[in-house]
Design a protein around this ligand. Structure first.
Ligand SMILES: O=C(O)[C@H]1O[C@H](OP(=O)(O)OP(=O)(O)OC[C@H]2O[C@@H](n3ccc(=O)[nH]c3=O)[C@H](O)[C@@H]2O)[C@H](O)[C@@H](O)[C@H]1O
Length: 441
């Protein structure tokens, strides 16, 4: 405050005493121009303001609760593309056997994308990744996932799914048999701060991708990530694929629901084979820092207070937390059972497959229990504050009925929350421990 005093005292002469005076800005400007000390202080003030503005890191990941501009325009992405990307993509797309799939994984530097890409590569499929590396959460984590994929022989093209020209070229360079579409603007609560990013990625981006797929010859089969959030205010449990999904509680949910309708249209008009997977709060190693289990871990370790939401009349908030390895198995099973698209070059030649499945754990756990498991694993008592769930798009509980996925995909989750969190915590401590040692954390 004392440092501000000189600045403020020099600003005093130009602070108007009434709104009327404020309008006479030429007067203030005159005073500003001809007061040398004031000019010096003003320039210094502006200089430090600009330094602060340009040097500020992107907002912290905890809860993803600050508005950030996402660097996901196609022009900026195009500028970052390596000139020999077609050769690298062709090489990465090579399969180990004749029957192997050639899969484009969008959102490959994301949490689920990285795991799915590795699993496909490990079983001998050809995999090309695509990711815009936006700054929704710490970019270092996305880069680390990219390095992991590179070590496995998966090349990631740094581009946005909204870049239609790039996608058309990519589908000419590589004849993909399948597309695993995982690129999306995730996060339920962040939608209130940056609504347009959800339209950009989950609506426009999805349409841009489907346009490229429908024009491709051959057309690939598509498996994509929808969300448990489409059940919204539905109160019938467990959530079945037949239940209503017309009451989304967040814009995120609304864009995922829109995606399901858009999928129907492209299937109907162009004969694209499309499978949507409704993920239920997926967690695990290499996870997303904007999710509660992840930033609770970070905050518990730092002694920072965590907020635990509860419903009206102290109702428990619970989630059907689903471990990443189980979800990956579901994704691969969806790819394996996907029928071929029936069209080619934009023309439908027959009815095509259209499916939707819940991929949950079918065992909801209260958020309070999640915290007590973390306390046990981290051996640290959390500083907890229980408060009413804010009106921010959250829903009280999720619970998946997985009978359809079990029957048609052979999907069978086997990891309970404690086992899954144990693996997450182990990864977390080694990842950030190693980063701390290299003093970049
Ligand atoms: O299945 C999905 O479709 C979605 O799953 C995930 O959303 P959610 O289930 O909301 O997960 P997440 O944010 O980890 O909050 C978990 C719990 O902690 C509670 N919660 C949260 C924050 C907090 O400070 N306190 C708190 O109690 C909160 O009330 C909630 O009960 C994905 O982020 C989303 O992208 C989407 O994929």
């Amino acid at each position: 405050m004392t440092q501000l005093k000189p600045i403020l005292s020099h600003l005093d002469p130009i602070i108007p005493s009434s709104t009327g005076k404020f309008k006479s800005s030429p007067y203030a400007f005159h005073r500003l121009r001809f007061h040398p000390r004031l000019t010096l202080w003003s320039f210094l003030f502006l200089f430090f303001l600009l330094i602060f503005f340009f040097c500020s890191p992107p907002a912290a990941s905890s809860g993803g609760n600050k508005r950030r501009s996402l660097t996901n325009t196609s022009h900026s992405e195009r500028a970052r593309l390596s000139p020999n990307w077609p050769a690298k993509a062709r090489n990465s797309a090579r399969t180990q056997s004749k029957s192997g799939f050639t899969v484009l994984v969008t959102g490959a530097a994301g949490f689920v994308g990285t795991h799915v890409a590795v699993a496909l590569k490990n079983r001998g499929d050809g995999v090309v990744g695509l990711d815009n590396f936006n700054n929704y959460y710490e970019s270092g984590l996305k880069k680390a996932r990219k390095s992991l994929l590179e070590r496995q022989g998966v090349y990631i093209i740094e581009a946005d799914i909204n870049d239609g020209d790039l996608l058309s070229k990519l589908f000419e360079v590589v004849h993909f048999t399948h597309v695993m579409h995982l690129a999306a603007q995730a996060g339920v609560r962040y939608a209130m701060q940056n609504p347009s990013s959800y339209i950009h990625s989950n609506v426009n981006g999805f349409v841009s991708l489907l346009e490229a797929c429908k024009n491709a010859n051959p057309q690939p089969s598509i498996v994509w990530a929808s969300s448990s959030s489409v059940y919204g205010l539905n109160s019938k449990v467990p959530f079945s694929e037949k239940d209503r999904t017309d009451q989304p509680a967040s814009l995120y949910a609304a864009t995922k629901k829109a995606g399901e309708e858009i999928a129907h249209t492209y299937n109907h008009i162009y004969g694209l084979s499309i499978t949507g997977l409704r993920f239920f709060t997926v967690y695990g190693p290499w996870g997303r820092p904007d999710m509660a289990y992840y930033f609770f871990t970070k905050d518990i370790l730092r002694g920072k207070e965590i907020k635990i939401f509860e419903g009206a009349d102290h109702a428990t908030v619970a989630r059907d937390f689903t471990y990443i390895d189980d979800v990956v198995k579901g994704c691969l099973a969806a790819l394996d059972t996907a029928k071929k698209s029936t069209g080619s070059g934009g023309k439908k030649r027959g009815a095509a497959q259209l499916r939707i499945y819940n991929l949950g754990n079918t065992s909801p756990v209260p958020v309070g229990k999640l915290v007590s498991i973390l306390e046990k694993l981290l051996k640290v008592k959390a500083r907890k504050k229980v408060l009413a769930m804010p009106r921010n798009g959250d829903v009280l509980f999720t619970h998946a009925n997985i009978s359809l996925a079990r029957k048609e995909l052979g999907y069978k989750p086997t990891t309970d929350l404690e086992t899954g969190l144990k693996k997450f915590v182990k990864w977390y401590l080694s990842y950030y421990g190693a980063k701390k040692k290299s003093s970049s954390w």
